[in-house]
Each structure stands twice: as C-alpha cells, then as structure tokens.
Design a protein around this ligand. Structure first.
Ligand SMILES: [Mg+2]
Length: 391
C-alpha cells in the first residue's frame, strides 16, 4: 500500500454546449490609429458546459459577435465530445475547419474553447493546468505592466501611478511613438519612462508596428533600437511591419537590444519560419488567438529549442492572464507575463483579483484548472447577458 494505490478512473465528461459573451463598456484603448472605443467589443469570455456539472472558462481576443458566429459553425464538431481531451478536441476543430478561414476567427474561437477545456481537465483531476502541462518551474512570475505611450509628462505620471501599485516591470507602447514622425519625441518618451520607472525596474518598448499603415521601415527600427539601448530597454517589440520577416531577421542580428514579435500570428505552423530564420529573440504568441494552450505550449517548446524566449501575450482578460500564468509555470524561461495597466476586464471580473506581492510579482495559482473564479455579478457590468456562461 502506498499513497498511489490505483486511483479511480475519471468518469466520462461530455461537452453539452459552449457559450460566448462579448465584453464591452470598458474596453481599454489600444493606441491604434483607429482607436478602440469603450463600447467596442474586442474581447469575449467563453464557457464550456458539460454533462457532469463542470464548466470551464476561456477568453478570446476578438469581437464577441465573431466568436458567437464561430461557435455556431463549430457546434456539430464539439457537441458530445470529450471535455477532458483539450489537445485532441482542439486539433479536431482546427483540422476540420481549415477551409473556412484557417488562422482567423475560427482559430480565435477555438483558442477560448481550448483554454476552457484545460480548465475542465484541471477541475476533473484536481490539478492546476501548469502541472498538467508537465510541472511547475516556478511558483511566482513577474507581471510587466503594459501601458500606452503618452507625451513625456503624462508618461511619467502614468508610470508613477502603476509603480505606486507595486509593479517593478513596465512596457510602454503604441500611441505617439513612431507615429508622430518625431524621433526626438520618441526618445523623450522613453527617457521619461525610464526616469519614472527607476533604475531597478525592467522596461520594455513596443513600437506596435502591426498598427494599420505603420509609417516606418528597417532604418527607423535600427536607429531606434540603438537609442533604446541607452535606456536599458529589455526588448524592442514589433519594430517593423508584422510580415517583414527578413527585416526582423536582419534587425535581430544588428540590434543591441533583443527583438520581440509575433503577437499577430495564429496556429503553430506560422511560427516555423520565424524560428528557422532566426527572426526574433522573443516570441509572443497570444493564447487567446493562437489556438489556445494546446497550441501555445507547442510554440513555446519549439521556440525554446531554437534558443528563442517565449513570453505570453494573453493580457486581454483575467482568463487570458490566468492561462499565461499557468503556461509560465510550465516553461523554463517564461519569467514574465504581460499585465495591462488598469483594465476592468482583468482587474474587475474575478472573485479574488490578482494581487502583487512585495516584489511586484504574482503567485501562480496551484488550484485545479486555471485556478481563478469569475465573479458573476462583477462580470455582469461588462456584458448584457452573463447567464448563459453560468447556467
Ligand atoms: Mg505588442
């Protein structure tokens, strides 16, 4: 006899239905040239219901109406499927819909389903997702507070505000950076951010060149990368247009600061050329778009073996952050998670909101599944009909 006498087999758990709820009313700005308005839906919560009373949750970074439409298309493929086999079921959904827009809305929606299925598998087995992924390399992870660029004075004030909340790592991006066509302003913003963040904080810069009609090319990126070195910037993100893979590769070779990118890519297959051509130092797949945790873990391990660091981009809701934290637990070098500064969809929907410790770090939940609980009443502020997510 030992503690591991044969456990009882898991019961069959079947998917009965999947629901999606769009979030809007407090949608945070994106710094995009066509700015997001609070009333726009760009994030959605997904709930997978089962015949055994377990419900798993995920989130998707796209318009909730698209997710709801995608669920209708996917319904015949997932109804009655096992709720305990995230990898197989997600792959089935991908493989049977490739001709309807592989990598687009359907892939985004499958991401939310996949995250929810991992949540269910964790609940059914009593294990956190990080453990299910193979084990926990860390118990804590450093969140970097992601903030939009502002003019220097405002930038200073905003960083000071979030530093006072306890953050010790910051990323500034988008907004006027590069877009104002003023390299002196670009540098003044970064200088203000470094001064406000303090010498000891980590600082990252995101040009956001996946924005519509990004005005710069390789030479701007190269010159800007050299400027960033003077402010101890930890990486330069999306410095050139998102498909300019040769420019990325060249920049990786000549830039004094590490080059990060690939948040816009979906499906694991699309990461292959970026890794084989050594185009980035840091790869940033978004778990709520790329295909979910099943896809993200393959990308993260592939990147690891290519000597490329993996950092998640699932900042858009508390569930995306929770998935990124579980992924960070299970990967040797994923020591950071992106954490948007001041979003109601991250700070305002959990029963127990994320809390920074004295070092400005987050403890990674080791409870079953994603290890977080949505508060239905709080969520009701940001979606007109949360009931289907909980019924
Ligand atoms: Mg970015």
């Amino acid at each position: 006899m030992n503690a591991f006498t044969r456990p009882t087999a898991l019961p069959r758990v079947r998917i009965t239905r999947i629901e999606a709820a769009p979030l809007f009313g407090e949608s945070p700005k994106g710094g995009w040239s066509a700015e997001i308005r609070p009333q726009d839906s760009i994030h959605a919560i997904v709930a997978v219901h089962t015949d055994q009373g377990l419900t798993g949750y995920g989130s998707v970074f796209t318009d909730g109406r698209l997710v709801q439409a995608a669920l209708k298309v996917l319904e015949p493929l997932y109804t009655g499927e096992s709720a305990l086999e995230p990898d197989r079921v997600s792959e089935k959904l991908h493989q049977n819909t490739f001709w309807m827009g592989r990598g687009g809305t359907l892939t985004h929606a499958i991401s939310g389903i996949d995250i929810a299925l991992w949540d269910i598998l964790g609940q059914a087995t009593g294990l956190s997702v990080g453990r299910l992924l193979g084990g926990r390399y860390r118990e804590r992870v450093q969140p970097y507070c992601s903030l939009l660029m502002e003019e220097p004075k405002a930038m200073r004030d905003i960083i000071a505000e979030h530093r006072a909340r306890g953050f010790t790592a910051f990323k500034i991006g988008w907004g006027p950076f590069g877009r104002a066509l003023d390299t002196k302003l670009d540098e003044a913003i970064v200088r203000a951010a470094r001064e406000a963040a303090g010498e000891k904080s980590r600082l990252f810069v995101d040009a956001g060149a996946s924005d519509a009609l990004w005005p710069h090319g390789f030479k701007w990126a190269k010159r800007t990368a050299e400027m960033l070195k003077d402010y101890e910037v930890g990486w330069f993100e999306e410095p050139v247009r998102p498909d300019a893979i040769d420019d990325y590769a060249e920049l990786r070779r000549c830039s004094p600061v590490p080059i990060a990118g690939c948040e816009v890519l979906t499906r694991r297959q699309n990461f292959i050329p970026w890794l084989t051509r050594q185009a980035v130092d840091i790869v940033q797949p978004d778990v709520t778009k790329v295909g979910g945790i099943s896809e993200q873990r393959r990308i993260a391990w592939m990147a690891y073996d290519f000597g490329v660091k993996y950092i998640g981009h699932g900042w858009n809701t508390a569930l995306g952050v929770a998935a990124d934290m579980q992924m960070a637990a299970a990967f040797p070098d994923a020591d950071l998670v992106e954490f948007i500064g001041g979003s109601a969809y991250v700070d305002g929907i959990l029963a127990e909101p994320f809390a920074l410790d004295a070092d400005g770090w987050l403890t990674i939940p080791d409870k079953p599944g994603l290890g977080v609980t949505i508060d239905r009443n709080k969520l009701a502020r940001y979606t007109p009909d949360p009931a289907p997510l909980f019924a």
